[in-house]
Ligand binder design. Sequence first.
Ligand code: AMP
Ligand code: MG
Length: 421
Amino acid sequence: MISVEQALEKILSRVDVLEEEQRPILDSMGQVLAEDIYSTIDIPPLDNSAMDGYAVRAEDTRGASQQSPRFLRVIDTVMAGSISGYEVEPGTAVRIMTGAPIPKGADSIVRFEDTDETERRGTPGEVGILGEVKAGLDIRRAGENIARGSIVLSRGVVIRPPEVGVLASLGRSKVMVIRRPTVAILVTGGELVDISRPLPTGKIYNSNTYSVAALVRHYGGIPKILGVALDSEDSLVTKLQQGLDADMLITTGGVSMGDYDVVKDVLAKEGEVVFWKIRMKPGKPVAFGRIKGVSKAGMARNILHLGLPGNPVSAMVTFELFARPAILKMMGKKNLAKPIIEAVIEAPIVNEDGRRIFTRAVVEKREGQYFARLTGPQGSGILTSMSLANGLVFVPEDKAEVKQGEVVQVMMLDWNEEVSG
Ligand code: AMP
Ligand code: MG
Protein backbone atom coordinates (compact mmCIF):
# COMPACT_ATOMS: atom_id res chain seq x y z
CA MET A 1 0.00 0.00 0.00
CA ILE A 2 1.30 3.41 -0.87
CA SER A 3 1.03 6.62 1.14
CA VAL A 4 -1.26 9.54 0.40
CA GLU A 5 1.73 11.60 -0.79
CA GLN A 6 3.03 8.83 -3.06
CA ALA A 7 -0.43 8.39 -4.57
CA LEU A 8 -0.80 12.09 -5.29
CA GLU A 9 2.68 12.22 -6.76
CA LYS A 10 1.92 9.30 -9.08
CA ILE A 11 -1.30 10.94 -10.20
CA LEU A 12 0.10 14.41 -10.79
CA SER A 13 3.12 13.11 -12.68
CA ARG A 14 0.70 11.66 -15.24
CA VAL A 15 -1.53 14.71 -15.52
CA ASP A 16 -0.82 17.28 -18.25
CA VAL A 17 -1.94 20.87 -18.53
CA LEU A 18 -4.66 21.10 -21.18
CA GLU A 19 -4.70 23.25 -24.33
CA GLU A 20 -5.70 26.86 -24.67
CA GLU A 21 -9.10 28.04 -25.81
CA GLN A 22 -10.77 31.36 -26.44
CA ARG A 23 -13.61 32.24 -24.07
CA PRO A 24 -15.99 35.17 -23.55
CA ILE A 25 -14.62 36.98 -20.50
CA LEU A 26 -17.56 36.20 -18.24
CA ASP A 27 -17.29 32.48 -19.00
CA SER A 28 -13.55 32.42 -18.23
CA MET A 29 -14.01 32.80 -14.45
CA GLY A 30 -11.76 30.43 -12.55
CA GLN A 31 -9.69 29.59 -15.63
CA VAL A 32 -6.00 30.38 -16.07
CA LEU A 33 -5.00 33.13 -18.47
CA ALA A 34 -3.01 31.75 -21.42
CA GLU A 35 -1.82 35.07 -22.87
CA ASP A 36 -0.21 38.28 -21.66
CA ILE A 37 -2.73 41.10 -21.83
CA TYR A 38 -1.40 44.43 -23.10
CA SER A 39 -3.49 47.57 -23.22
CA THR A 40 -4.12 49.11 -26.61
CA ILE A 41 -5.58 52.23 -24.98
CA ASP A 42 -4.80 54.75 -22.27
CA ILE A 43 -7.03 54.50 -19.19
CA PRO A 44 -8.41 57.01 -18.65
CA PRO A 45 -8.26 57.96 -22.33
CA LEU A 46 -8.21 61.75 -21.65
CA ASP A 47 -7.38 64.05 -18.74
CA ASN A 48 -10.65 64.26 -16.82
CA SER A 49 -12.23 65.63 -13.69
CA ALA A 50 -12.09 63.66 -10.42
CA MET A 51 -14.86 65.80 -8.93
CA ASP A 52 -18.08 67.61 -9.70
CA GLY A 53 -17.09 71.28 -9.88
CA TYR A 54 -15.69 73.96 -12.16
CA ALA A 55 -12.79 73.62 -14.59
CA VAL A 56 -10.75 76.82 -14.19
CA ARG A 57 -7.33 78.37 -14.70
CA ALA A 58 -5.59 78.11 -11.30
CA GLU A 59 -4.24 81.65 -11.63
CA ASP A 60 -7.84 82.95 -11.74
CA THR A 61 -8.37 81.65 -8.18
CA ARG A 62 -5.41 83.50 -6.71
CA GLY A 63 -6.47 85.49 -3.64
CA ALA A 64 -9.96 83.93 -3.56
CA SER A 65 -11.48 83.31 -0.10
CA GLN A 66 -14.83 82.94 1.64
CA GLN A 67 -14.81 86.67 2.34
CA SER A 68 -13.71 87.78 -1.10
CA PRO A 69 -14.76 85.27 -3.76
CA ARG A 70 -13.36 85.49 -7.28
CA PHE A 71 -16.20 85.61 -9.77
CA LEU A 72 -15.83 83.74 -13.06
CA ARG A 73 -18.18 83.69 -16.04
CA VAL A 74 -19.64 80.21 -16.63
CA ILE A 75 -19.39 79.47 -20.38
CA ASP A 76 -20.50 75.80 -20.59
CA THR A 77 -21.47 72.65 -18.69
CA VAL A 78 -19.75 69.37 -19.58
CA MET A 79 -20.88 65.89 -18.56
CA ALA A 80 -18.91 62.63 -18.53
CA GLY A 81 -18.92 61.26 -22.07
CA SER A 82 -19.01 64.60 -23.88
CA ILE A 83 -16.36 67.16 -24.76
CA SER A 84 -16.78 70.90 -24.27
CA GLY A 85 -16.36 72.94 -27.45
CA TYR A 86 -15.30 75.95 -25.36
CA GLU A 87 -11.87 77.04 -24.25
CA VAL A 88 -11.46 78.30 -20.67
CA GLU A 89 -10.02 81.78 -21.12
CA PRO A 90 -8.98 84.09 -18.27
CA GLY A 91 -12.00 85.02 -16.17
CA THR A 92 -14.13 82.05 -17.29
CA ALA A 93 -15.00 78.58 -16.01
CA VAL A 94 -16.73 75.46 -17.34
CA ARG A 95 -19.08 73.59 -15.04
CA ILE A 96 -17.84 69.98 -15.09
CA MET A 97 -19.05 66.61 -13.83
CA THR A 98 -16.87 63.76 -12.53
CA GLY A 99 -15.26 61.86 -15.41
CA ALA A 100 -15.80 64.61 -18.02
CA PRO A 101 -12.74 65.55 -20.10
CA ILE A 102 -10.96 68.75 -19.03
CA PRO A 103 -11.76 71.57 -21.46
CA LYS A 104 -8.94 73.38 -23.26
CA GLY A 105 -7.34 76.16 -21.25
CA ALA A 106 -8.34 74.78 -17.81
CA ASP A 107 -5.65 73.36 -15.54
CA SER A 108 -7.52 72.58 -12.31
CA ILE A 109 -10.90 71.80 -10.78
CA VAL A 110 -12.66 73.73 -8.02
CA ARG A 111 -15.15 71.43 -6.27
CA PHE A 112 -18.75 72.60 -5.94
CA GLU A 113 -18.24 72.76 -2.15
CA ASP A 114 -15.57 75.43 -2.68
CA THR A 115 -17.85 77.67 -4.75
CA ASP A 116 -21.09 79.54 -4.13
CA GLU A 117 -22.86 77.12 -6.53
CA THR A 118 -25.12 75.73 -3.80
CA GLU A 119 -26.60 79.19 -3.15
CA ARG A 120 -27.42 79.73 -6.81
CA ARG A 121 -30.47 78.24 -8.55
CA GLY A 122 -30.34 76.51 -11.94
CA THR A 123 -27.30 76.79 -14.16
CA PRO A 124 -25.53 79.94 -13.12
CA GLY A 125 -24.12 82.52 -15.54
CA GLU A 126 -21.47 83.31 -12.99
CA VAL A 127 -19.82 81.47 -10.08
CA GLY A 128 -17.96 82.66 -7.00
CA ILE A 129 -14.74 80.76 -6.21
CA LEU A 130 -14.21 80.60 -2.43
CA GLY A 131 -10.58 79.48 -2.24
CA GLU A 132 -7.32 79.18 -4.14
CA VAL A 133 -6.52 75.96 -6.02
CA LYS A 134 -3.20 74.69 -7.33
CA ALA A 135 -2.74 73.74 -10.97
CA GLY A 136 -3.48 70.04 -11.50
CA LEU A 137 -5.86 69.73 -8.57
CA ASP A 138 -8.53 67.00 -8.96
CA ILE A 139 -7.48 66.15 -12.49
CA ARG A 140 -7.05 62.48 -13.40
CA ARG A 141 -4.39 62.24 -16.10
CA ALA A 142 -4.77 60.27 -19.33
CA GLY A 143 -3.08 56.88 -18.98
CA GLU A 144 -2.61 57.31 -15.23
CA ASN A 145 -4.31 53.97 -14.41
CA ILE A 146 -3.07 52.03 -17.42
CA ALA A 147 -0.75 53.39 -20.11
CA ARG A 148 -1.24 52.28 -23.70
CA GLY A 149 1.20 49.44 -24.52
CA SER A 150 1.73 48.37 -20.92
CA ILE A 151 1.21 44.79 -19.69
CA VAL A 152 -1.88 44.60 -17.52
CA LEU A 153 -2.41 40.88 -16.77
CA SER A 154 0.20 38.15 -17.14
CA ARG A 155 -0.18 34.61 -18.43
CA GLY A 156 -0.83 32.26 -15.51
CA VAL A 157 -3.17 34.56 -13.61
CA VAL A 158 -6.44 32.97 -12.47
CA ILE A 159 -9.46 34.92 -13.73
CA ARG A 160 -11.56 36.27 -10.85
CA PRO A 161 -14.21 39.02 -10.92
CA PRO A 162 -11.59 41.84 -10.83
CA GLU A 163 -9.80 40.36 -13.87
CA VAL A 164 -13.11 40.16 -15.74
CA GLY A 165 -13.57 43.85 -14.92
CA VAL A 166 -10.03 44.78 -15.99
CA LEU A 167 -10.47 42.92 -19.30
CA ALA A 168 -13.74 44.74 -19.93
CA SER A 169 -12.08 48.10 -19.13
CA LEU A 170 -9.59 47.35 -21.92
CA GLY A 171 -12.40 46.59 -24.34
CA ARG A 172 -11.66 42.85 -24.45
CA SER A 173 -14.70 40.62 -24.91
CA LYS A 174 -12.78 37.35 -25.30
CA VAL A 175 -9.64 35.97 -23.79
CA MET A 176 -7.31 32.98 -24.21
CA VAL A 177 -7.40 30.62 -21.23
CA ILE A 178 -6.51 27.00 -20.47
CA ARG A 179 -9.60 24.96 -21.19
CA ARG A 180 -11.62 23.18 -18.54
CA PRO A 181 -11.28 19.40 -18.30
CA THR A 182 -14.25 17.20 -19.06
CA VAL A 183 -14.61 14.54 -16.40
CA ALA A 184 -16.75 11.49 -17.16
CA ILE A 185 -18.47 10.03 -14.09
CA LEU A 186 -19.53 6.41 -13.93
CA VAL A 187 -20.82 4.79 -10.75
CA THR A 188 -21.11 1.06 -10.21
CA GLY A 189 -23.53 -1.03 -8.23
CA GLY A 190 -26.64 -3.08 -8.92
CA GLU A 191 -28.21 -1.55 -5.80
CA LEU A 192 -28.29 1.98 -7.23
CA VAL A 193 -31.35 3.81 -8.48
CA ASP A 194 -31.38 7.21 -10.15
CA ILE A 195 -33.04 10.11 -8.34
CA SER A 196 -35.60 10.42 -11.14
CA ARG A 197 -37.17 7.06 -10.10
CA PRO A 198 -39.23 5.81 -7.15
CA LEU A 199 -37.12 3.75 -4.74
CA PRO A 200 -37.82 -0.03 -4.88
CA THR A 201 -37.27 -2.10 -1.73
CA GLY A 202 -33.67 -3.17 -1.32
CA LYS A 203 -32.25 -0.40 -3.50
CA ILE A 204 -30.63 2.94 -2.61
CA TYR A 205 -30.43 6.25 -4.40
CA ASN A 206 -27.27 6.92 -6.37
CA SER A 207 -25.74 9.93 -4.63
CA ASN A 208 -22.13 9.60 -5.81
CA THR A 209 -22.88 10.68 -9.37
CA TYR A 210 -24.25 13.92 -8.02
CA SER A 211 -21.72 14.63 -5.28
CA VAL A 212 -18.84 13.90 -7.66
CA ALA A 213 -20.39 15.96 -10.49
CA ALA A 214 -20.88 18.82 -8.02
CA LEU A 215 -17.24 18.61 -6.96
CA VAL A 216 -16.05 18.52 -10.59
CA ARG A 217 -18.07 21.63 -11.34
CA HIS A 218 -17.02 23.32 -8.07
CA TYR A 219 -13.36 23.02 -9.01
CA GLY A 220 -13.88 24.22 -12.59
CA GLY A 221 -14.28 21.01 -14.58
CA ILE A 222 -17.17 19.93 -16.80
CA PRO A 223 -18.93 16.80 -15.52
CA LYS A 224 -20.17 14.28 -18.03
CA ILE A 225 -22.59 11.89 -16.36
CA LEU A 226 -22.44 8.32 -17.69
CA GLY A 227 -24.96 6.86 -15.26
CA VAL A 228 -24.86 3.57 -13.38
CA ALA A 229 -23.01 0.40 -14.42
CA LEU A 230 -23.98 -2.96 -13.00
CA ASP A 231 -21.32 -5.02 -11.25
CA SER A 232 -20.27 -6.85 -14.41
CA GLU A 233 -17.34 -6.32 -16.72
CA ASP A 234 -19.62 -6.12 -19.74
CA SER A 235 -21.81 -3.42 -18.28
CA LEU A 236 -18.80 -1.44 -17.09
CA VAL A 237 -16.92 -1.64 -20.38
CA THR A 238 -20.00 -0.67 -22.41
CA LYS A 239 -20.70 2.34 -20.21
CA LEU A 240 -17.16 3.57 -19.98
CA GLN A 241 -16.83 3.60 -23.78
CA GLN A 242 -19.21 6.57 -23.65
CA GLY A 243 -16.70 8.48 -21.55
CA LEU A 244 -13.56 8.04 -23.63
CA ASP A 245 -13.90 11.51 -25.15
CA ALA A 246 -13.36 12.99 -21.68
CA ASP A 247 -10.02 14.04 -20.21
CA MET A 248 -10.48 11.86 -17.17
CA LEU A 249 -12.85 9.12 -16.06
CA ILE A 250 -13.93 8.90 -12.44
CA THR A 251 -15.69 5.76 -11.28
CA THR A 252 -17.04 5.03 -7.82
CA GLY A 253 -17.42 1.65 -6.20
CA GLY A 254 -16.28 -1.74 -7.31
CA VAL A 255 -12.65 -1.31 -6.29
CA SER A 256 -12.52 -3.24 -3.03
CA MET A 257 -12.21 -6.97 -2.43
CA GLY A 258 -15.90 -7.88 -2.81
CA ASP A 259 -16.94 -10.52 -5.35
CA TYR A 260 -18.40 -7.93 -7.64
CA ASP A 261 -15.56 -5.44 -7.52
CA VAL A 262 -14.73 -5.44 -11.18
CA VAL A 263 -13.35 -1.97 -11.78
CA LYS A 264 -9.75 -2.87 -11.20
CA ASP A 265 -10.02 -6.00 -13.35
CA VAL A 266 -11.38 -3.92 -16.19
CA LEU A 267 -8.68 -1.35 -15.65
CA ALA A 268 -6.03 -4.07 -15.84
CA LYS A 269 -7.48 -5.42 -19.10
CA GLU A 270 -8.41 -2.20 -20.82
CA GLY A 271 -5.48 -0.08 -19.74
CA GLU A 272 -2.88 0.23 -17.05
CA VAL A 273 -3.18 0.06 -13.25
CA VAL A 274 -0.75 2.40 -11.51
CA PHE A 275 -2.03 1.64 -7.99
CA TRP A 276 -5.23 0.47 -6.32
CA LYS A 277 -4.73 0.85 -2.60
CA ILE A 278 -3.72 3.78 -0.42
CA ARG A 279 -2.84 3.67 3.26
CA MET A 280 -5.68 5.93 4.35
CA LYS A 281 -9.10 5.95 6.00
CA PRO A 282 -11.63 6.48 4.67
CA GLY A 283 -10.78 5.38 1.17
CA LYS A 284 -8.27 2.54 1.20
CA PRO A 285 -9.45 1.18 -2.15
CA VAL A 286 -8.58 3.90 -4.67
CA ALA A 287 -7.52 2.74 -8.12
CA PHE A 288 -5.61 4.88 -10.54
CA GLY A 289 -4.47 4.20 -14.06
CA ARG A 290 -5.31 4.71 -17.67
CA ILE A 291 -8.05 3.34 -19.88
CA LYS A 292 -7.42 2.75 -23.56
CA GLY A 293 -10.08 2.58 -26.21
CA VAL A 294 -11.71 4.20 -29.20
CA SER A 295 -13.97 7.15 -28.51
CA LYS A 296 -17.42 7.66 -30.01
CA ALA A 297 -15.79 10.09 -32.43
CA GLY A 298 -13.51 7.25 -33.60
CA MET A 299 -10.35 8.56 -31.93
CA ALA A 300 -7.84 6.30 -30.19
CA ARG A 301 -7.88 7.44 -26.58
CA ASN A 302 -5.87 6.67 -23.48
CA ILE A 303 -7.41 8.61 -20.63
CA LEU A 304 -6.73 8.92 -16.93
CA HIS A 305 -8.94 6.86 -14.69
CA LEU A 306 -9.46 7.43 -11.01
CA GLY A 307 -11.49 4.70 -9.31
CA LEU A 308 -12.88 6.08 -6.06
CA PRO A 309 -14.47 3.95 -3.36
CA GLY A 310 -18.24 3.46 -3.40
CA ASN A 311 -18.92 4.71 0.10
CA PRO A 312 -20.32 8.19 -0.34
CA VAL A 313 -18.02 9.84 2.21
CA SER A 314 -14.94 7.98 0.98
CA ALA A 315 -15.74 9.02 -2.57
CA MET A 316 -15.88 12.70 -1.60
CA VAL A 317 -12.81 12.65 0.65
CA THR A 318 -10.68 10.86 -1.94
CA PHE A 319 -11.97 13.22 -4.61
CA GLU A 320 -10.78 16.20 -2.56
CA LEU A 321 -7.38 14.60 -2.02
CA PHE A 322 -6.70 13.19 -5.50
CA ALA A 323 -9.20 14.23 -8.19
CA ARG A 324 -9.29 17.90 -7.20
CA PRO A 325 -5.52 18.50 -7.59
CA ALA A 326 -5.57 16.60 -10.90
CA ILE A 327 -8.37 18.82 -12.24
CA LEU A 328 -6.63 21.98 -11.05
CA LYS A 329 -3.35 20.89 -12.67
CA MET A 330 -5.14 20.20 -15.98
CA MET A 331 -6.55 23.73 -15.76
CA GLY A 332 -3.02 25.13 -15.50
CA LYS A 333 -3.24 26.07 -11.84
CA LYS A 334 -0.06 26.14 -9.77
CA ASN A 335 -1.50 26.13 -6.27
CA LEU A 336 -3.00 22.71 -5.79
CA ALA A 337 -3.03 22.45 -2.00
CA LYS A 338 -5.88 23.41 0.27
CA PRO A 339 -4.75 25.49 3.25
CA ILE A 340 -3.75 23.41 6.28
CA ILE A 341 -4.18 24.99 9.70
CA GLU A 342 -3.49 23.90 13.26
CA ALA A 343 -6.42 23.43 15.59
CA VAL A 344 -7.07 22.07 19.06
CA ILE A 345 -9.10 18.87 18.83
CA GLU A 346 -12.09 18.69 21.12
CA ALA A 347 -12.46 14.89 21.21
CA PRO A 348 -10.00 12.01 21.02
CA ILE A 349 -9.42 10.04 17.78
CA VAL A 350 -8.17 6.46 17.81
CA ASN A 351 -6.15 5.12 14.87
CA GLU A 352 -6.56 1.33 14.88
CA ASP A 353 -4.69 0.14 11.83
CA GLY A 354 -1.86 2.48 11.03
CA ARG A 355 -3.50 4.33 8.16
CA ARG A 356 -3.71 8.10 7.60
CA ILE A 357 -7.07 9.10 9.01
CA PHE A 358 -9.13 11.95 7.62
CA THR A 359 -11.90 12.89 10.03
CA ARG A 360 -14.70 15.27 9.18
CA ALA A 361 -14.67 18.27 11.46
CA VAL A 362 -16.10 21.72 12.03
CA VAL A 363 -13.37 24.25 12.63
CA GLU A 364 -14.24 27.38 14.58
CA LYS A 365 -12.08 30.27 15.73
CA ARG A 366 -12.47 31.36 19.35
CA GLU A 367 -10.26 34.02 20.91
CA GLY A 368 -7.63 33.77 18.21
CA GLN A 369 -7.37 29.96 18.33
CA TYR A 370 -8.85 27.35 16.01
CA PHE A 371 -10.82 24.48 17.54
CA ALA A 372 -11.89 21.33 15.65
CA ARG A 373 -15.07 19.51 16.61
CA LEU A 374 -15.89 16.17 14.97
CA THR A 375 -19.15 16.02 13.03
CA GLY A 376 -20.69 13.13 14.92
CA PRO A 377 -20.48 9.49 13.75
CA GLN A 378 -17.75 9.08 11.14
CA GLY A 379 -19.00 6.02 9.23
CA SER A 380 -18.00 6.34 5.59
CA GLY A 381 -21.61 5.94 4.50
CA ILE A 382 -22.79 8.92 6.56
CA LEU A 383 -22.83 11.69 3.99
CA THR A 384 -24.28 14.25 6.41
CA SER A 385 -20.92 14.13 8.28
CA MET A 386 -19.45 15.69 5.13
CA SER A 387 -22.24 18.22 4.84
CA LEU A 388 -21.67 19.44 8.41
CA ALA A 389 -17.88 19.67 8.03
CA ASN A 390 -15.67 22.48 6.79
CA GLY A 391 -12.40 20.63 7.23
CA LEU A 392 -10.65 17.28 7.40
CA VAL A 393 -8.54 16.51 10.48
CA PHE A 394 -5.41 14.44 9.70
CA VAL A 395 -4.17 11.72 11.99
CA PRO A 396 -0.72 10.46 10.90
CA GLU A 397 -0.24 6.74 10.13
CA ASP A 398 2.14 6.23 13.05
CA LYS A 399 -0.03 7.89 15.67
CA ALA A 400 -2.24 5.40 17.52
CA GLU A 401 -4.25 8.03 19.36
CA VAL A 402 -4.89 11.74 19.33
CA LYS A 403 -5.91 12.93 22.79
CA GLN A 404 -8.50 15.58 23.44
CA GLY A 405 -6.82 19.01 23.54
CA GLU A 406 -3.93 18.02 21.26
CA VAL A 407 -3.05 20.23 18.31
CA VAL A 408 -3.91 18.61 14.97
CA GLN A 409 -3.59 19.62 11.34
CA VAL A 410 -6.79 20.36 9.45
CA MET A 411 -7.22 20.72 5.72
CA MET A 412 -9.78 23.46 5.16
CA LEU A 413 -12.19 22.23 2.49
CA ASP A 414 -14.12 25.48 2.24
CA TRP A 415 -11.07 27.66 1.79
CA ASN A 416 -9.44 28.33 -1.57
CA GLU A 417 -6.24 26.64 -2.60
CA GLU A 418 -3.26 28.39 -1.09
CA VAL A 419 -2.17 31.61 -2.67
CA SER A 420 1.53 30.84 -2.56
CA GLY A 421 3.40 27.65 -3.43
P1 AMP B 1 -18.64 -0.50 -3.02
O1 AMP B 1 -17.35 0.24 -2.96
O2 AMP B 1 -19.16 -0.63 -4.42
O3 AMP B 1 -18.53 -1.81 -2.31
O4 AMP B 1 -19.70 0.38 -2.23
C1 AMP B 1 -19.55 0.63 -0.85
C2 AMP B 1 -20.84 1.15 -0.25
O5 AMP B 1 -21.19 2.38 -0.85
C3 AMP B 1 -22.04 0.24 -0.45
O6 AMP B 1 -22.83 0.30 0.71
C4 AMP B 1 -22.76 0.85 -1.61
O7 AMP B 1 -24.13 0.57 -1.61
C5 AMP B 1 -22.50 2.32 -1.41
N1 AMP B 1 -22.48 3.00 -2.70
C6 AMP B 1 -21.75 2.63 -3.77
N2 AMP B 1 -21.96 3.44 -4.80
C7 AMP B 1 -22.87 4.35 -4.39
C8 AMP B 1 -23.50 5.48 -5.03
N3 AMP B 1 -23.24 5.78 -6.30
N4 AMP B 1 -24.38 6.20 -4.31
C9 AMP B 1 -24.62 5.89 -3.03
N5 AMP B 1 -24.06 4.86 -2.37
C10 AMP B 1 -23.20 4.10 -3.04
MG1 MG C 1 -20.54 -1.79 -5.28
